[in-house]
Design a protein around this ligand. Structure first.
Ligand SMILES: [Fe+2]
Length: 388
């Protein structure tokens, strides 16, 4: 048992604390931008918010990925939004300032004589850093940031055997959830080993939580646990969908790491997902889940679903059998169970009577460590707010 006071309660409800996180955590790290399939051919582009910076990622005519701060060098207007294709130049819609894909400012149309004496070369788009790791595109607002390989190197050998690039994302499979909870509540729930056997007693009981191995590797969190014996014994038959790795693997199980800050992976036996937590406000977050599965035909999926139906029918149960299935605790859906709990927790934070109780020494250690990680970054700025 440990006390759970790693962060002040303001960390979960206060807008100044939220702004400090945006500035000193999310603007200062590698941000998840998408899957490699999002930018396939020259001219494809994608914009992404990386903390306070908006970044545009472009595939140029040579097939290289380039990233710039998505701002015209004139008044700062955002040049592009969303994603698209066929980009040959970037033109600001405000005054038509135009840039090459290399970021170079081409011309100052129509008003050239109003800008005499300016150094055009100083007005190229500001570069950002971009890279690919594990089938995902990542950006960093600082072009001279630490490399992607250095950033993820420590956790690389703690991940699943999944060949992410060879898996496919099926049409309309993206899940977007707006959750009324602080982003850290969602992270803490994700890395909380203690609740797996309780809240998810009927929904994640095909994994052996007693044999879970987890812990922080630098700022990233690793998590692995095996399948239960009855599931693994006939895995080929019991898997709900075609397996995404060889069933003869000696450390067969699930890898569910949380990359810093707030990018979870769920590397399972039949699927691979990225669980991207985006802070919206102190008490609101958006979670975007993108899932890839084996590149097999409909028939394979149908066969697998038929062969495994009896196993899953017996295995999966709602938390409360008496609840309507429209209620998260009657849904038998672990993600709905988690969202419900995160929102219920957030509701209590404004109560004058709220306080964290004792925390489990083993199963909740990751929560305390994550809180410490955040506090170490934010504390100097938070404390200095009192000095005026
Ligand atoms: Fe959970």
């Amino acid at each position: 048992m440990n006390s759970n006071n790693g962060l002040p309660i303001e960390a979960y409800i206060d807008s100044h604390f939220f702004e400090l996180e945006q500035k000193h955590i999310f603007s200062n790290t590698w941000a998840f931008a998408g899957l490699i399939e999002d930018i396939k051919i020259p001219g494809d582009y994608l914009t992404v918010q990386a903390g306070l910076s908006n970044i545009v990622i472009i595939k140029n005519e040579h097939g290289d990925l380039l990233a710039y701060h998505n701002m015209c060098r004139h008044r700062g207007t955002q040049l592009l939004e969303g994603k698209g294709s066929g980009l040959k130049k970037l033109t600001c819609p405000y005054h038509d300032w135009t840039y090459q894909l290399s970021g170079e400012l081409v011309s100052l149309p129509k008003s050239r004589n109003e800008f005499t004496g300016i150094e055009k070369d100083c007005l190229n788009l500001k570069p950002a850093n971009v890279g690919i790791w594990r089938g995902m595109i990542w950006v960093h607002p600082d072009p001279n940031s630490t490399s992607l390989q250095d950033w993820f190197g420590p956790i690389e050998n703690q991940l699943g055997p999944h060949e992410v690039e060879s898996l496919v994302e099926f049409k309309d499979s993206v899940v977007i959830e707006d959750i009324n909870a602080n982003w850290k509540v969602i992270v803490e729930n994700y890395i909380d080993h203690y609740h797996l056997a309780q809240l998810h007693a009927g929904t994640l009981n095909m994994y052996n939580h007693k044999k879970a191995q987890f812990g922080f590797v630098g700022k990233h969190f690793k998590f692995w646990e095996p399948l239960t014996d009855d599931y693994q014994r006939n895995l080929q038959q019991n898997a709900a969908s075609p397996l995404v790795y060889q069933s003869g693997l000696n450390n067969i199980g699930v890898w569910v790491p949380m990359l810093f800050p707030g990018i979870g992976l769920a590397e399972l036996e039949s699927s691979w997902s990225v669980f991207h937590i985006i802070p919206i406000s102190p008490s609101k977050s958006r979670v975007i889940v993108r899932t890839k599965m084996k590149d097999s035909g409909t028939l394979d999926y149908l066969k697998q679903s038929l062969s495994s139906a009896a196993f899953w029918d017996k295995k999966v149960k709602p938390k409360y059998a008496s609840f309507d299935q429209n209620h998260p605790l009657g849904s038998a859906d672990f993600m709905r169970e988690d969202i419900y709990i995160c929102e219920q927790l957030q509701k209590s934070f404004t109560s004058p009577q709220f306080e964290f109780g004792p925390s489990a020494s083993f199963g909740e250690a990751p929560i305390r460590q994550h809180q410490e990680l955040i506090w170490n970054i934010i504390k100097p700025y938070w404390d200095s707010r009192l000095v005026s």
